[in-house]
Ligand binder design. Structure first.
Ligand SMILES: [Zn+2]
Length: 485
């Protein structure tokens, strides 16, 4: 309204917006827009968006120059920028160690990057081997050394490496902002007022709602990892902050369709000649029926198909069924594992378990000698190949299965291609469509939530669920039955 737009990006102010500055800026709006302001507003609205974009570009350039100035001569020639960001972000924030402006300040908590998987995480469940590789500290070690070792190797596992890597990227936004706003000493711990100031700048740079919330998350997470009080605290406060942003900015509609049971049936009816197409359709059908996430599909090994699991209950009627061992689901914080089931189809043409057996045999993806899965289900098996590996050119330029596992992105692409092959529009589907499809099919068929949980592992971990075990796998098969295969 009467606040000039440029003012929001004025970096001459030393301190982040105080309560006083905030109330000042709120005053004209509270008084109600006068006629002149309304005319001004209408004019601003007509202003072509490309002028805004140009204006923002020049502000970004000025902002970058200002940051270089703050960092001083010691950093000149060492500063790199991260590309394609709404708000300028240093690609190498550690460069600020060189700046004399921060001499005497302990920058370690600000610059600690724990995104890389730790040695114990790389062990993927084989943690004792990894620990052995690290070597012991011995009897002479001080408590501080033990704490350091714990902090380095175990503490980061509070979040998944991928989450940590994203959070680090968003934290770099905060550090860069702090350099520009001369607020480096104010970001850890960060006051609620400082977070408000940061958020105002993010809005001014037209960062999206999801980007802003990702930065908030990174700030909150870093506080928690140092046992500091985060700027957004109190029950329900985070939700209130998110709602505030949503009501101002709106939230984009994410339209990714669930995979319908008819699509699963169509996929199981296909008999493609290409190895990759065959893999993609089996992978999609399996992921949908067992409600898997792409990361869970990518991790599956051949020894995760437990063909004998349900017959082991000693109850007749489960021949030809199969449990899919999911070693670690997203919210399975204790690696308890999860065993969704695939039943035997009424239509033999659509029998996924049988088709998976043929896939294993044709691709020579057997369970190998020395397989450790049944004795150590939480650990990655060191000898067996992935269930859905990448393909490579074999003899005679024929595609064969490799020993390499697919990435999450490749699994997502495979799902999109598979549904595309039976007439779905690939643009409306992604990796999440499989899990969504399994959950929606079960819910539509009226599968009870506690039973569906055994198949999908959805929602937060609850004590009662952890102890829930079916006496008879019949009910577990309800999700599979909902597909009507
Ligand atoms: Zn194995």
């Amino acid at each position: 309204m009467s606040i000039p737009r440029r003012r929001s990006l004025d970096f001459s102010r030393r301190q982040p917006a105080s309560a006083e500055a905030l109330s000042q800026s709120a005053r004209p709006a509270a008084a109600g827009p006068g006629l002149a302001a309304l005319v001004q507003l209408a004019a601003a609205h007509d202003e072509p968006r490309c002028t805004w974009a140009e204006e923002l570009d020049s502000v970004r350039a000025a902002w970058r120059a200002h940051i270089r100035l703050q960092l001083g001569a010691a950093c000149e020639g060492h500063v790199r920028w991260s590309g394609g960001r709404a708000m300028p972000v240093l690609d190498n924030v550690e460069v600020i160690r060189r700046a004399h402006a921060y001499d005497g300040m302990d920058l370690r908590p600000l610059l600690l990057d724990v995104s890389a998987p730790t040695a114990l995480e790389r062990g993927d469940g084989n943690w004792d081997t990894a620990l052995h590789g690290l070597g012991g500290l011995g009897l002479s070690a001080s408590l501080a050394q033990l704490t350091d070792a714990f902090n380095q190797h175990v503490w980061p596992a509070r979040a998944q490496p991928e989450t940590r890597s994203k959070q680090w990227g968003h934290w770099c936004v905060v550090v860069t902002w702090a350099v520009a706003r001369k607020a480096v000493e104010l970001i850890l711990p960060m006051s609620t007022d400082t977070l408000k100031a940061l958020t105002w700048d993010m809005l001014a740079f037209r960062m999206s709602r999801s980007q802003i919330m990702a930065v908030w998350n990174a700030v909150q997470a870093r506080h928690r990892s140092y046992a500091l009080l985060p700027p957004i605290r109190g029950q329900g406060e985070y939700t209130a902050w998110a709602r505030m942003l949503g009501s101002v900015m709106g939230s984009p509609m994410r339209l990714k369709f669930p995979i319908h049971k008819a699509v699963v049936a169509a996929l199981l009816r296909q008999r493609p000649a290409s190895v990759a197409d065959n893999r993609n359709r089996l992978l999609t059908a399996l992921a949908t029926i067992t409600c898997l996430r792409v990361s869970e599909v990518a991790r599956l090994q051949t020894c995760d198909l437990w063909f004998d699991h349900f017959t082991g209950y000693g109850i007749p009627g489960f021949d030809g069924s199969c449990a899919v061992h999911v070693a670690k689901r997203k919210n399975d914080s204790v690696r308890k594992g999860h065993l969704p089931g695939i039943g035997r189809s009424a239509d033999p043409e659509l029998d996924l378990v049988w088709q998976l057996r043929i896939w294993l045999a044709d691709m020579q993806l057997d369970v190998r000698d020395g397989c450790t899965k049944r004795v150590r289900p939480a650990a990655r098996c060191p000898v067996c190949p992935p269930l859905f590996p990448k393909t490579r050119r074999g003899p005679g330029r024929v595609a064969v299965a490799s020993e390499e596992r697919m990435s999450r992105q490749m699994v997502s692409d495979a799902i999109r291609r598979a549904v595309g092959s039976v007439g779905c529009s690939g643009a409306h589907f992604s990796g999440i469509s499989a899990r969504k499809g399994g959950l929606s099919t079960a819910i539509q068929a009226g599968v009870e939530e506690v039973v569906l949980y055994l198949q999908s592992g959805h929602g937060p971990e609850r004590a009662a669920r952890r102890y829930m075990q079916l006496l008879d796998p019949t009910r577990l098969m309800e999700t599979f039955q909902a597909f009507g295969l």
